[in-house]
Design a protein around this ligand. Structure first.
Ligand code: C2O
Ligand code: CU
Ligand code: CU
Length: 552
């Protein structure tokens, strides 16, 4: 079980740690679920191990007005050039070269940006050229945005090296935290992992009201925060080498980055902060919570994938699956200088490989496969994401508006119900028995129709974050949820806080059925073909994706 990579590159001491981790994933992972234990013994520790709180010493990277992840206020046409570059992800000796990294380069209004955080007003026109400066095909998809199919970055529109793709659409979405990333055919996982992703923030009056009420400032007290897990070699370079098991289950990292900062720490003053959390990981699901020592602290959710929810909702934890966003407020107004709070991921049962053995034709095969990942941090293990250090500053107690926005429920009475079944066959995950084919339309939907999709995930498999292009939806109901989810279902019909408001991605646990409502009204001329896929990016690339066509 010990990976050659760990043996060769990490040397004696860490190789032992690798062995420890492998033992844990092979034999220990089931036993660990439910326990909130953070310490799993001396074998646990490796450089930048996010389980170890004392590792959290790197200043959190905060986007500024330009440079990497600079906030780019879109005014007029934009050029984004996908390029192979390098980026200093892991701190190391001065001799350590930065890691190879893929970036969108842009010049706008006299400033230079890499992976800019695009910021635009709802209703504004967005015009951008993608220049492919990579040695391989690519395309950009605007995750969550309601665009005509031609502007959506379908893998069929993937462009060759040296080619250009022109985008031009109106931003029809309400204010919210959206994002953009590569959707290159069968290369999405690798390219997104290596850097091709950033935020797409849409502003509107509701957003401004919240910002005003709380005195929030983007980049200061309103922080876009992308959470990702990655693997590195001993030289601090990104590693992406999924084996057969990892291509099937998803690639997991063992170093957790917040805004590309490993073991990040950020100083906060006694006031309210808005964190726009984005799970930009390939496959890892987070069970997010704020904790002081062992005590979980309440936080307030104000938004999900498609902008603000109706009312602020206070919770102590929430799942966040790849592709999903959660806008949260953390109130430090009563905290004392010197206090430390961790944003962490609590342990959970990943519910992987349930019955997979039978499907792969051998008793115990599933168990054996479970130990074959190269990550030293198994899915469902507890770890820290970000350390918040309270420092002295003006104490500001703010009052939140009781109403944040208006969510008009989709009128789904009597709407047709479409069955969507996720399944697994021959080590592949399928949607309604299909694997992706570029020129195949899995089904047609009538433009203007309201449909209910009843998405079910059999117990044999793993959780899948299912994502729809072109439209936002509303979660109606969760049925037969595992107890670790139904325990936090406080919002009726089995819904958790992550299911509120407008969504574009929803996590479906093994055994679960989730009913969502979608309104297929759009204003684009002609038929439109969009994707429905799993946002576990290895699953997406392996074909857990279908085309559907909205026809007139
Ligand atoms: Cu964020 Cu089709 O993906
Ligand atoms: Cu998308
Ligand atoms: Cu999946």
């Amino acid at each position: 079980m010990l990976k050659r990579r760990q043996l060769i590159q990490l040397g004696g001491l860490v190789a032992v740690a690798g062995a420890g981790a492998a033992v844990w994933t092979a034999f220990g992972s089931r036993g660990m679920h439910g326990s909130q234990a953070l310490a799993v013994g001396p074998f646990r520790h490796y450089p930048f191990d996010p389980v170890a709180a004392e590792n959290f010493r790197q200043k959190l990277f905060i986007p500024v007005a330009n440079g990497p992840f600079g906030v780019l206020n879109v005014s007029g046409p934009l050029t984004l050039r996908a390029t192979a570059a390098s980026f200093p992800l892991l701190p190391g000796p001065p001799s350590q070269a930065p890691s190879p990294f893929l970036l969108y380069q842009s010049e706008h209004g006299g400033a230079t940006y890499q992976n800019p955080i695009l910021r635009i007003e709802s209703g504004a026109r967005f015009t951008a050229s993608l220049d492919n400066g990579l040695a391989e095909p690519t395309i950009i998809h605007w995750h969550g945005l309601h665009t005509p199919a031609r502007m959506d970055g379908h893998p069929a529109d993937t462009i060759k090296p040296g080619a250009r793709y022109e985008y031009d659409f109106n931003v029809r979405n309400r204010g919210g935290t959206y994002w953009y990333h590569t959707h290159a055919h069968e290369l999405t996982a690798k390219q997104a992992y290596n850097g091709l992703a950033s935020f797409f923030l849409v502003d509107d009056d509701d957003q401004r009201k919240v910002a005003q009420a709380l005195g929030l400032k983007l980049g200061v007290t309103d922080l876009p925060l992308v959470i990702q897990d990655k693997q590195f070699d001993a030289q601090g370079k990104l590693v992406y080498q999924p084996n057969m098991h990892e291509s099937m289950m998803g690639w997991l990292g063992d170093i957790v980055l917040a805004n590309l900062t490993p073991n990040a720490v950020h100083e906060i003053t006694p006031r309210t902060y808005r964190l726009r959390l984005l799970n930009g990981s390939n496959a890892r699901i987070y069970r997010l919570a704020f904790a002081r020592g062992d005590t979980l602290l309440p936080f307030t959710v104000i938004g999900t994938d498609g902008g603000l929810i109706e009312r602020p909702e206070t919770v102590t934890q929430a799942f966040l699956a790849p592709g999903e966003r959660l806008d949260v407020l953390f109130d430090a107004a009563r905290a004392q200088p010197g206090e430390t709070v961790f944003l962490k991921s609590l342990s959970f049962d990943p519910m992987e490989n349930e019955g997979a053995a039978g499907n792969m034709g051998g008793q115990g095969m599933g168990q054996m496969m479970a130990g074959m990942g190269s990550s030293r941090l198994a899915l469902g293990e507890a770890f820290n994401v970000l350390k918040l250090s309270v420092v002295a500053g003006e104490r500001i107690t703010a009052t939140l508006p009781t109403t944040l926005s208006r969510i008009q429920p989709i009128g789904s009475e009597g709407a047709a119900e479409r069955q969507i079944e996720l399944s697994m066959q021959a080590m592949r995950f399928l949607i309604n028995g299909r694997t992706f084919r570029m020129d195949e339309i899995a089904f047609e939907v009538k433009r203007g129709a309201v449909e209910i999709w009843r998405i079910s995930n059999p117990t044999l498999g793993m959780p899948h974050p299912m994502h729809i292009h072109g439209f936002s939806f509303q979660v109606l109901e969760r049925l037969n949820s595992p107890s670790q989810l139904s325990d936090m279902a406080r919002f009726g019909q089995g819904k958790t806080v992550s299911d509120l408001g407008w969504k574009d991605t929803v996590l479906i646990w093994p055994g679960e059925t989730v009913r969502i409502a979608i309104d297929f009204t759009h204003e684009f001329p002609g038929d439109q073909t969009y994707l429905f896929h799993c946002h576990n990016l290895e699953h997406e690339d392996a074909g857990m994706m279908i085309n559907f066509r909205v026809v007139t």
